[in-house]
Design a protein around this ligand. Structure first.
Ligand SMILES: [Cu+2]
Length: 69
């Protein structure tokens, strides 16, 4: 059984790569209004906050994959 818990944010240390992976930190879409099919491209907005507390958003499109569980 896979245990997951939501986090409010993920630290991004300067100069280091932080990967989002199945089994690691990942984006999980919950309470969707419509069904998302495997292979479908889904718009996602990522929020970044710098050490100066300034925020910026980055819009990306993610490919939907089947639930790993
Ligand atoms: Cu999850």
């Amino acid at each position: 059984m896979v245990l997951m818990r939501a986090i409010l944010g993920l630290d991004l240390p300067p100069g280091k790569t932080v990967e989002l992976t199945q089994g690691g930190y990942h984006v999980m879409l919950i309470d969707l209004k419509t069904q998302v099919r495997e292979g479908q491209s889904v718009p996602i907005t990522l929020f970044f906050e710098g050490s100066d507390k300034k925020r910026q958003t980055v819009d990306v499109r993610a490919m939907a994959r089947p639930d790993a569980m």
